[in-house]
Design a binder for this molecule. Structure first.
Ligand SMILES: Cc1ncc(COP(=O)(O)O)c(C=O)c1O
Length: 312
């Protein structure tokens, strides 16, 4: 018998966290014994494996990737964003609700709508869009307007891979590059393993890193092995049935991203909530009683050595 009232308490309000899968992390820890550093073509093998992972999804349909023939290793999508910020400075504009990192980097960063986009801008836009787990409802308008204004668009696809039902064609002429990673799709955020796909290669940190053999062998190796072992759509295949059960029982609105649902407040507004812990408990990866016990430990007040409680 599942205790849904306790499980409801594990729904993450605030920032929903990407999935973490014990099996994947257990597997990674077995790789440390293998000697990988002098393997030939590690970078090329990684890029090829990543491409298969991206295109191997049966739950999503991505089109137009072949229009981006230049593929570079990057240290997660964050590196892809760092490169864009470093090379374009204050020309970078973003969309309200996108990845908070942009605001951490530049608190006064300019936010645009399709109407306020302006010549000279360089737009970064996430697809899937965080907190929605889906294509931004105004994505097409952003792209068409950007094309009219000759504004280059760079797509942050960090959330791709932990989704089902995403259908998107990247081959819009406004889109110049795309960043992908295994952070959300395989829950490897603490490792940052990514690929940038570009129409044309421009100078910048990622290009230099790839042209001058400055990549990070251990990340390439982990990426190849994790993709070979777990493949595309792993999280939805493993946790999907539990996800459907949880949103039904907890009266949440489902999204296309495995770790995310939406909750209706008293005013009829939907808020993103995280399901990572709930799913891990339902799948037996975490034990509910242990979570509660550790919460009790955390909540317990430490004894004050000077208090009378000690002398009693
Ligand atoms: C929209 C978005 N972009 C990028 C990232 C970071 O991706 P990575 O872990 O590949 O650096 C995140 C992680 O939270 C994100 O939510």
């Amino acid at each position: 018998m599942k205790d849904w009232s306790k499980l409801k308490d594990l729904v993450q309000r605030g920032k929903p966290r990407a999935m973490y899968d014990r099996e994947i992390h257990g597997f990674l820890s077995t790789l440390a014994k293998e000697h990988f550093s002098d393997q030939a073509d590690l970078r090329e093998r990684f890029i090829a494996a990543f491409d298969l992972w991206l295109n191997g999804s049966r739950l999503n349909a991505l089109g137009g990737i072949s229009a981006f023939p230049h593929r570079d290793f990057c240290v997660g999508v964050t590196h892809f964003l760092d490169d864009l910020h470093q090379m374009n400075g204050e020309r970078i504009v973003v969309v309200q609700g996108d990845y908070r990192y942009h605001w951490r980097l530049r608190p006064q960063i300019v936010m645009r709508t399709p109407e306020s986009l302006a010549p000279g801008d360089v737009l970064i836009l996430a697809m899937p869009f965080p907190s929605l787990g889906d294509v931004h409802p105004r994505m097409q308008e952003f792209l068409d307007r950007a094309l009219q204004l000759k504004v280059p668009v760079h797509v942050d696809s960090a959330w791709y891979g932990c989704t089902r039902g995403i259908h998107f064609d990247y081959d819009h002429p406004a889109i110049r590059s795309i960043g992908f990673s295994l952070s959300k799709g395989l829950g490897l955020g603490a490792n940052r393993i990514g690929v940038r796909y570009s129409r044309e290669r421009t100078n910048g940190p990622i290009t230099i890193l790839n042209d001058h053999s400055m990549w990070i062998n251990v990340l390439l190796w982990y990426g190849i092995k994790a993709i070979e072992e777990f493949g595309s759509d792993y999280l939805w295949n493993k946790y999907g049935a539990r996800y459907d059960e949880a949103v039904k029982e907890l009266k949440l609105v489902p999204t296309k991203a495995i770790h995310l649902a939406r909750e209706l407040d008293a005013h009829g507004n939907l808020h993103p909530v995280g399901l990572r812990t709930v799913l891990r408990v339902l799948k037996g990866d975490l034990i509910l009683e242990e979570i509660w016990r550790s919460r009790d430990d955390l909540n317990a007040q430490p004894l004050d050595p000077k208090s009378s409680a000690l002398s009693n």
